[in-house]
Design a protein around this ligand. Structure first.
Ligand code: HEC
Ligand code: HEC
Length: 290
């Protein structure tokens, strides 16, 4: 039976000769192209498993003749990123702030680095988005206590504000007009109404008029004739709607009686020079920079 060709009478195709109660199997060989592709795959797989890491063992997979390793590739990539970062960092350290901002690549690098340093070092006080709040100034707006140009921001960052540990720190102490009994209580209440008036809020006009004299005698040296502030003295604008410590009558009275004297640490001794510069550029890039 095996040596005799058995042709299926319906399809005309040779059968395998197996017969199960009259059911026969047609002998359809695999197409050539399929078979050759199959052999080629086996050869490729053998070659691949010799050249590359492939067979798992107890202490690790076989290494392969080419010595390729995905981990080594990642380390090499990281090392090259690290190296180019170091180069950019050195450039930033050596260059003027304005020149860094003028170079689009360096600017991008500085803003990205500054943003991540901000999250780590600054967001706990100024908020993740730098919008500040409750005695911590908003760094997104155009209202600057100590000046918003690049150099001024950089100076603020390096030495801090009322930061004892740095002798070059920005220093300006509003007198405690109430606590130190510099002004009568009634003068404080009057001048607070005057501050409400110049900041365009509801006020007691009669008291504000009396307060104006108190203001001219005691406050203009720092806050300016119109209350617009003086960045060199760290005296905020008190004629606008932006408040560090709140613009309600009570809050203003409290500030005049006993100023808060907000403290910000200096960063020159804690962050690298390049990082502090990146932070200055980042803060300047936030939109409120002058
Ligand atoms: C411990 C809280 C604290 C931390 C942390 C802090 N700041 Fe400040 N920052 C302040 C306070 C408070 C002021 C306002 C001080 C004042 O009354 O003049 C300020 C002011 C500033 C100013 C000046 C704003 C202006 O209007 O002139 C800048 C710029 C600034 N911070 C940036 C930063 C950056 C960048 C970091 C992170 C490296 C940072 N700060 C970390 C508390 C903090
Ligand atoms: C020696 C300079 C100086 C003098 C004089 C001075 N201030 Fe100030 N003032 C400051 C500084 C600096 C701040 C920010 C202070 C802080 O963090 O406590 C400030 C803050 C304020 C604030 C809070 C502003 C805000 O955004 O919340 C008010 C209100 C204010 N001053 C009103 C007055 C009035 C009214 C007088 C006069 C009776 C006066 N100041 C005199 C320096 C001065």
């Amino acid at each position: 039976m095996a040596d005799k060709k058995d042709i299926d009478e319906f399809s005309g195709i040779e059968t395998t000769g197996h017969d199960w109660d009259g059911i026969k199997e047609l002998n359809n060989p695999l197409p050539r192209w399929w078979l050759w592709t199959f052999y080629a795959c086996i050869v490729f797989a053998l070659g691949y498993s010799i050249a590359y890491p492939a067979w798992p063992g107890i202490t690790g997979a076989t290494k392969g003749l080419l010595g390729w390793s995905s981990r080594a590739n990642v380390s090499a990539d990281l090392a090259s990123v690290e190296a180019s970062r170091a180069v950019l960092g050195e450039k930033i350290l050596a260059m003027d702030l304005a020149d860094i901002e003028a170079d689009p690549d360096l600017l991008q690098f500085a803003v990205a680095g500054g943003a991540s340093a901000f999250k780590v070092n600054c967001s706990q006080c100024h908020g993740a988005g730098a919008a500040g709040g409750g005695g911590y100034p908003n760094l997104l707006d155009d209202d600057w206590i100590w000046g918003g140009d690049l150099e001024q921001i950089y100076l603020t960052l390096q030495h801090g504000i009322r930061y004892d540990a740095d002798e070059d720190t920005r220093l300006s102490d509003m007198p405690a007009f109430g606590a130190d009994e510099i002004l009568e209580r009634s003068d404080i209440l009057d001048v607070a109404w005057y501050v409400r008036q110049i900041s365009g809020q509801e006020h007691d006009a009669e008291a504000a008029l009396r307060g104006q004299t108190v203001f001219e005698d005691n406050c203009t040296a720092c806050h300016g004739d119109t209350g617009a502030g003086e960045p060199d003295l760290g005296a905020p604008n008190i004629s606008d709607a932006i408040w560090l410590y709140g613009g309600s009558y009570d809050e203003i009275v409290t500030q005049i009686s006993k100023p808060q004297q907000g403290v910000m640490p200096g960063w020159a001794d804690r962050l690298s020079g390049a990082t502090t510069k990146q932070l200055a550029i980042y803060v300047h890039s936030l939109g409120g920079g002058e």
